[in-house]
Design a protein around this ligand. Structure first.
Ligand SMILES: Cc1cc2nc3c(=O)[nH]c(=O)nc-3n(C[C@H](O)[C@H](O)[C@H](O)COP(=O)(O)O)c2cc1C
Length: 379
């Protein structure tokens, strides 16, 4: 899953033409952005991502917990989940219509995404005074969370839920203080999940080698690029129309019409994408790798939980993070990557860079009403 690429491979003449057209359209888009109050993206997204409301009484709690869950990290921002509510239980199920058949053919990242949502839900539930009990998807295709009564837990993580983001910009290279790295390294884990934090230049270069090889393979694959384009939102109008997908502005790109954005992405040379990600990885003083002892639904959910926990913890410490998961997504690279990192018998699941940078625009989310099982297709 990917940062929207920067520039395509085109002949010099067509590139200049495209640039002129793109410049004009981008300028037009910018004017529209500034002058169209009915398209106020930031305001709409901020209202979906407000602070978790610990005061919301009774049944409103359940909807607030679902909202917290939807703010989690998830592959291509497909938001591949549906939630069903009963009196005291929230069930999370995959939304098959939002699968990523090319980049995630075995639903590995889909279940990791559900694990991320689960972790946000649990953090928010404990802040609201519940002692949540989880049933993992061992025999059924669902995660159930029963909200048993408990006592409200304080701490910095609930406030980090609406602030966490996958920050795709270049980081400023500043090292992370030891005390903060220690907090990341000693994060409570889940059974069967391990975390490695790599800070030496040599270790990070090893990771880079596999991110590069992954990019070269993925961007040479037409099906991968087509799936990516289907989930890219090239301007505010598109992002607001669906409230899902990868809004290119969140990765620092200008607003462009779909026809132009599509051409840019389809024309991306694999090496250009690899170079852009290499610079991003080198700007990060630390890299985390999450691995698991098995490769099944429960392990994926628990991996997602550990990742979201890490992302909330780093957010609370003002450390930015972003996933660069190419070494795991490209099947032929995964085992080599595992060996290169000395992960022994544990299987790599997620690769994360960490460092310092300003905030990027927030990525869109669908409102709770759109993800409740009652609201649409049967869950
Ligand atoms: C399993 C998984 C894999 C991901 N892989 C990548 C990746 O390789 N590159 C990337 O830029 N983002 C990756 N992401 C981040 C998502 O694109 C991001 O969470 C989503 O767009 C929502 O944005 P937000 O996290 O800022 O709210 C991944 C997320 C998950 C859960």
């Amino acid at each position: 899953m990917h940062t929207p690429p920067s520039r395509p491979h085109l002949s010099r003449r067509s590139f200049l033409k495209l640039l002129a057209a793109g410049g004009a359209t981008a300028a037009g888009g910018y004017v529209l952005y500034e002058t169209a109050p009915w398209l106020n993206y930031d305001q709409q997204v901020a209202s979906l991502q407000r602070t978790i409301d610990v005061g919301a009484p009774g049944p409103a709690h359940l909807r607030e917990l679902v909202r917290a869950a939807t703010l989690a990290a998830n592959g291509h921002n497909t938001q591949p989940w549906r939630f069903a509510l009963t009196n005291d239980t929230i069930t999370i199920r995959p939304d098959a219509a939002r699968r990523l058949a090319v980049v995630d053919p075995h639903d590995r990242e889909l279940w990791i995404s559900l694990g991320c949502a689960l972790e946000n839900l649990l953090v928010a539930a404990r802040a609201l005074g519940y002692a949540p009990e989880v049933t993992y998807p061992e025999s059924v295709d669902a995660i159930a969370v029963r909200l048993a009564p408990g006592s409200a837990q304080a701490g910095p993580l609930p406030a980090a839920i609406p602030l966490r983001q996958n920050t795709r910009s270049l980081y400023d290279g500043r090292p992370i203080p030891m005390a903060d790295l220690d907090q990341v390294q000693t994060l409570p884990l889940e059974p069967g999940v391990v975390l490695q934090v790599l800070t030496s230049a040599a270790e990070r270069e090893t990771v880079l080698e596999y991110v590069t090889r992954g990019n070269l393979q993925q961007y040479a694959d037409k099906a991968f690029v087509a799936e990516l384009i289907a989930w890219l939102r090239f301007n505010k109008r598109e992002a607001l129309a669906t409230l899902d997908g990868l809004y290119t502005r969140c990765a620092g790109k200008p607003e462009v019409p779909r026809w132009l954005g599509q051409r840019f992405v389809a024309g991306t040379q694999p090496q250009q994408q690899a170079d852009a990600d290499a610079a991003k990885l080198r700007s990060a003083p630390a890299v985390a790798v999450i691995a698991s002892t098995t490769d099944d639904r429960v392990a994926w959910v628990r991996t997602g939980q550990v990742y979201e926990r890490l992302a909330l913890t780093t957010t609370a410490l003002n450390i930015r993070s972003a996933l660069l998961n190419q070494p795991v997504e490209v099947a032929v690279l995964r085992a080599q990557f595992q060996q290169a990192l000395g992960l022994r018998e544990t299987l790599p699941q997620l690769v994360i860079r960490m460092g310092y940078a300003g905030a990027m625009p927030r990525s869109p989310r669908r409102p709770v009403a759109q993800v409740l099982a009652e609201a649409g297709a049967p869950a």
